[in-house]
Design a protein around this ligand. Structure first.
Ligand SMILES: Nc1ncnc2c1ncn2[C@@H]1O[C@H](COP(=O)(O)OP(=O)(O)O)[C@@H](O)[C@H]1O
Ligand SMILES: [Mg+2]
Length: 219
C-alpha cells in the first residue's frame, strides 16, 4: 500500500535519506521515530507527495511519485487523512465546517455531508461541539476535530506528524486510544513521534527508527 524503493532525499548539501526501502501493509500501525531533524516529517511529506525523492520512487496506493501529475495530487490526498502537531484548523470556521471542508470539493450532497461529518464527530466524541469555534476548545479537543477531519473521507491511511507533541500526557493517551480504535477498524496509521511512552501504548505496532539516513525496524 505504501512502498519506498531506494529513496534518496537531500536538500542542497543536507542528506536526509539514502537508498531507503520501506513498506507499510494494509491495516498496520507504524511508528517512525528519531531525533528532531532526522527526517520524520520529510518521510510523511514524501507519502502525501508534498515533496518528491531526488532518487528512487514512492508508491502510495495507485499513485507513483514518478508518474503522478500535479493535478492528481488532490485525489491522492483525499484518500489520506493527515494530522499535524499544531492541528491546523481553520480559525474562522466552526467545528462542523472544519470537518465538512474537505467534503465540499468532492461534490458530495448536503445530506451526505451532514451524515458523514456527524459520524466523524461522533467517532471522536465531539458531536455536541459541532457549533463551537476552534478557540473555544482545549488542545485535545482541537486535535480530535483534526482527527475527525482526517477520517471523514474514509481514508485507507492516516499520517500523523507528532500529533501529541502539544498535548499533556493524559490528553495524549486519549488521542492514541482514539487512533488505535480507528486502526482496529482497518485504517492504516503511520505516526511520527520521538516520544517512546507513546510508542509503548500501541502493543502491536511496528516501530522504525531513522538512523544513518535510513529506517531500521526496532520492533
Ligand atoms: N524544505 C526544506 N528545505 C531545506 N531543508 C529541509 C526542508 N525540509 C526539511 N529539511 C531538513 O531536512 C532534515 C529533516 O527534517 P524533518 O523531516 O523536518 O525532521 P524531523 O521531522 O524528524 O524533525 C532537517 O535537517 C531539515 O532541516
Ligand atoms: Mg517533524
Amino acid at each position: 500500500m505504501v512502498e519506498f524503493n531506494n529513496v534518496s532525499v537531500w536538500f542542497d548539501d543536507n542528506l536526509v535519506f539514502k537508498d531507503l526501502n520501506f513498506k507499510v501493509n494494509d491495516g498496520e500501525f507504524v511508528f517512525v521515530t528519531g531525533p528532531t531533524g532526522s527526517g520524520k516529517s520529510t518521510l510523511l511529506r514524501l507519502i502525501y507527495m508534498d515533496i518528491f525523492p531526488n532518487r528512487g520512487k514512492v508508491i502510495v496506493g495507485r499513485f507513483d511519485s514518478r508518474k503522478i501529475k500535479k493535478r492528481q495530487i488532490p485525489y491522492l490526498r483525499r484518500r489520506l487523512g493527515i494530522v499535524f502537531q499544531d492541528f491546523k484548523l481553520l480559525d474562522d470556521r466552526n467545528v462542523f465546517e472544519n470537518v465538512a471542508f474537505a467534503l465540499y470539493v468532492t461534490g458530495a450532497k448536503r445530506k451526505e455531508i451532514n451524515r458523514k461529518v456527524l459520524m466523524a464527530l461522533t467517532e471522536v466524541g465531539l458531536s455536541h461541539k459541532k457549533n463551537s469555534m476552534p478557540d473555544e476548545l482545549s488542545g485535545g479537543e482541537q486535535q480530535r476535530v483534526a482527527i475527525a477531519r482526517a477520517i471523514v473521507n474514509e481514508p485507507f491511511l492516516i499520517l500523523a506528524d507528532e500529533p501529541t507533541g502539544n498535548l499533556d500526557p493524559d490528553t495524549s493517551t486519549e488521542i492514541i486510544e482514539l487512533l488505535k480504535r480507528i486502526n482496529l477498524r482497518g485504517t492504516s496509521i503511520i505516526m511520527a513521534t520521538h516520544n517512546y511512552s507513546i510508542i509503548e501504548m500501541v502493543k502491536d505496532a511496528k516501530v522504525f527508527q531513522i538512523s544513518n539516513h535510513t529506517l531500521v525496524q526496532i520492533k
